[in-house]
Design a protein around this ligand. Sequence first.
Ligand code: NOJ
Length: 762
Amino acid sequence: MIKKDFSILFIVTALCGAVTINSLSSCSKNDGDSYVDDLMSKMTLEEKIGQLNLPVGGDIQSGVVLGPQLDSLILEGNIGGFFNVKGVEEISRLQHLAVEKGPHGIPLLVGADVVHGYETIFPIPLALSCSWDSVAVERMARISAIEATADGVNWNFSPMVDICRDPRWGRIAEGSGEDPYLGSVMAKAYIRGYQGDDMKSDSTLIACVKHFALYGAAEGGRDYNTVDMSKERMFNYYLPPFQASVDAGVGSLMTSFNLVNGLHSTASKWLLNGVLRADWGFNGLVVTDYNSVPEVSTMGTASLEDAAAKSLNAGTDMDMVSGLYVKTLADAVKRGLVKEKTIDDACRRVLKIKQKLGLFEDPYKYCNVERSKKDIFTPEHRAQARSIAAETFVLLKNDNNTLPLKKKGKIALIGPLADAANNMCGCWSMLAKTENHESLLTAFRRAVGNEAEILYAKGSNIYYDETTQRNATGLRGIEYVKDDNSLRAEALAVANRADVIVAAIGESSDMSGESASRTDITIPDTQRDLLKALVKTGKPVVLLLFTGRPLVLDWESENVPAILNVWFGGSEAGDAITDVVFGDKSPQGKLTTTFPRSVGQIPLYYNHLMSSHPDPQEGVFNRYCSNYIDCSNEPLYPFGYGLSYTSFEYGKPTLSSTTLEKGGTLTLSVDVRNTGDCDGVEIVQFYLRDPIAGIARPVKELKGYQRVYIPKGETKRVVFTVNEEKLKYYNSDLEYLYEPGEFYVMVGPDSRSLQVLTFIAK
Ligand code: NOJ
């Protein structure tokens, strides 16, 4: 991968240097530093700064500031790349302009947010993580790269690896949940899929891991808000997926919108030049988030005039959107605020990425109109999206085997999301053509054919209040109908004619993602009232829950017989949902984020530390213990939880030894039996605890898992390896180590239902 590439480049450079010093003739555009060095030796300071500028194109809106005229920036040499332009024809035109008319003919980076698919849309990343299937995630990233590159994109602002413990934050939808281990596994899978192992291929692109760092810990779950965190917490829980991404050879990284202990991440020398580059050895490109450079000033840590200098000096190479680098850096050099070498280093990193992509050899390698016609939204890609989506649904409850449904009789499909084809994809799918997507209603009708009758009613708005609904549904508006009472009455009339009711309700697509924080994370008011009325009919009710975050489902978990959380499943969500609802596939997803009972419990996460007064009795209020007068400490649905149409029984786990010798390994084994009526996949989880350590360690931490397919009636033995690496953590001096002594290992189907064994580590 990239690290290896660099060593090869080094050798080639050395060889070229030996042949000739002044001539590049023996080095191709794709080899070594000398091509880039030679190019830079011909560039003016202003042209080098131009390479650090990343304006937004403006076709697609992903922030408040809109794009300038790209053509003039290109001709002036004031641009290193652009983003948010869709379509290979226009991208190709701009690339030709840069190469044929721009100074030195330097090709451009072309960025986009291909977060969970390009036009073939896969489930939102939070859902993808609930598959725990890194192979599937890599496949989805590969398909995303094939489609995006076919349409001209060579740089993808994904994966988002922010750990999040606060479901009020809308961007929890974009990450892999609350766990650093699983988050790291997923981060690597995305990067492998996007970058492949040949960056010279025309179907791979540069990944951009984001948002560095701690963005998922924004105070109050309010987007763009402050973060202030101990280094112990950062290094043990929030930074591991970033480090894993660097280890996996990610080509670029995006800073975050938040303060990190008093400094905007974009201007944090400690974070960028320190942790990221010096400690972790990252030698790729650092880009800001949208318009972040001036926000270094908004947040009060530099004047507007000096914000660019401060960001560049901290290690930020490229300025997304603001144009402040172009406006102020040359002057900052004159004022002695920035060394020319710092600009050279940043420019070199931009050019090296272009070289790595093979753009100097063939600037038009991503401008193949024929490919864009045949490689996007193909039947094969859509089939993969359908199959992966079905893996991500989490069955939260299934009393009396309400699910799967039989294809017979009358099935009432009710709710504002039942016939909303434009709301199947969730956030960050603005590149999709939702006009090509189908609603759940269409998929249900096709799935049952003549075997059953599907009745339909909208049943409610998203919210009672029209303005709140507009705020919530933003880009993908859902028509607001004046009177919720008549919608509900109509739905009840339909429900009363049916044998079973399926309620398709929850959040609309734009209620999660960027700038979509919520204080009340229950199902929105009018929809909850609709659901209550449907349950009151006494007919079996299945709740198909659309959501981009954990919701508080206290009433629902008590009163609705079956709850299938379908998140936002992407362009093929309709078919994928019918596959599971009608039993062609059994649900297999497990939660990667805790579902609280009450918003007041937040932050609530499974890998917490012990309080000084632990709560001894779940569900009973104990004075002077760390609990609430009015609510249990327990989540409603814990991390790792999810049901299946079959059932699994765990045998007694065993350890190969009760001592882990220095440098040695242990194995933890458990037999898992499929005791139900159908074949199924079980996600067997392995946790660890260090009960006494230099600093307090979590009550449990995920250290491994296996997805095992077990045919009905069969037993599979699942074996995990325990080694020193699994015991290590960052202590108060930020040393990564383990302390010999007793450890607990735990194994089970979720973070709440675990069997425990102990061993001594020497
Ligand atoms: C802002 C978002 O925070 C970031 O994730 C995204 O990549 C950029 N906008 C570009 O759209």
